[in-house]
Ligand binder design. Structure first.
Ligand SMILES: [Zn+2]
Length: 345
């Protein structure tokens, strides 16, 4: 089959788009014919160094996907060939104490597609049948693929961790990114107010079109002052961020009393000042989060279907153009997701 895999670490020269022999499907696994996948920052990380992520070369990239079930155990109670599906990218062991408690996303042996096992940038993938869920019918292939990382991550952050309520205000930093846009969509869909920031006025305009109630240019504007003015001096209930050090002091000062900050990334650095006095005096809470459980995935898919949400796709590339897509991702100029179309080969 055709697949995109890394043979080493460096630039695009280590990313090959070539023939790759898919190992046989194991019992309990399902063979999915991939139609679309989307790019995530971790794809660049795997290409550049992959440091700290145990993997073998060659490693097929790609975490999320949508596609069609081609082959599944006859005894599978749910899946049938021909079903349109989306894939949850984290394969948990099912045996550790975290798995036993249902916290599969904390599994000590979790394997992510595209990091620890064959990824989705390929014509076919084998994954345990438990990872495969019906595709929301209103979405196209690229939109559906985008749910597997971005919307799942944002769902857990907003609703499981920060417990965002419909009457609250959430401040979303860096709204051009896929996870931040997913947060904007999900928060609006439950009725919360959203303030969005970006360094790019064009992205802020588009965030408004996606439903942001108020937008702030974090480069030319004063985020804290704008948040306080918009909330009548009270501050945001929830801050949603994955930028890290560059925005952390602003994030902390934008929170109202009892506010919650939830983070899933640190692209600008991971050692900001802790601001401990503010944390205890104002009784702030800080949550780390990453991806989400199978149960959260199921809940999120049901909600996205009922609310009719559509992930924002900036551009679709054919699998053969992955190098250009990775360059685009690295440039940071995209609004929403970059997707790969994998059918048609
Ligand atoms: Zn486990």
């Amino acid at each position: 089959m055709k697949a995109a895999f890394i043979t080493g670490h460096g630039g695009n020269e280590v990313v090959k788009i070539q023939n790759y022999t898919l190992p046989p499907r194991a019992p309990g696994e399902v063979r999915v014919r991939v139609h679309a996948a989307t790019l995530n920052q971790v794809d660049l990380y795997m290409r550049n160094s992959g440091a700290g992520i145990t993997h073998q070369l060659p490693q097929i990239l790609g975490l999320d996907a949508s596609g069609v079930v081609e082959e599944v155990d006859a005894a599978d109670p749910v899946l049938r060939p021909g079903q349109e599906v989306v894939i949850h990218p984290g394969v948990a062991c099912g045996r550790c104490e975290y798995c036993e408690r249902g916290q599969t996303v904390l599994c000590t042996r979790i394997q992510f597609l595209g990091e620890h096992r064959n990824g989705t940038f390929a014509q076919w993938i084998h994954v345990p049948a438990t990872q495969v869920f019906p595709k929301p019918a209103h979405l196209n292939w690229a939109e559906a693929a985008a749910l597997g990382v971005n919307h799942l991550t944002a769902w857990r952050m907003l609703f499981t961790k920060a417990r965002l309520q419909p009457w609250e205000t959430v401040l979303v930093f860096g709204v051009g990114g896929g996870v931040s846009l997913a947060a904007l969509q999900l928060a609006k869909a439950v009725g919360a107010r959203v303030i969005a920031t970006s360094r790019d006025d064009g992205k802020l305009e588009r965030a408004r079109a996606q439903g942001a109630d108020h937008v702030v240019n974090s480069h030319s504007g004063d985020v804290v002052r704008e948040v306080m003015a918009y909330t009548d001096g009270r501050g945001a209930d929830v801050v949603f961020e994955n930028v890290g050090e560059a925005v952390w002091p602003l994030a902390m000062r934008s929170l109202g009393r009892g506010g919650r900050l939830v983070t899933c990334g640190a692209t600008s650095g991971d050692q900001p000042g802790a601001d401990l006095r503010r944390i205890f005096v104002r009784q702030l809470q800080i949550f780390g989060s990453s991806l989400g459980t199978l149960a959260e995935f199921r809940d999120m898919l049901g909600f996205v279907g009922r609310a009719g949400l559509r992930p924002v796709i900036d551009r679709e590339y054919p699998l053969d153009a992955l190098h250009a897509a990775l360059d685009h991702l690295e440039s940071g100029t995209q609004f929403g997701k970059l997707a790969l179309r994998i059918d048609g080969h």
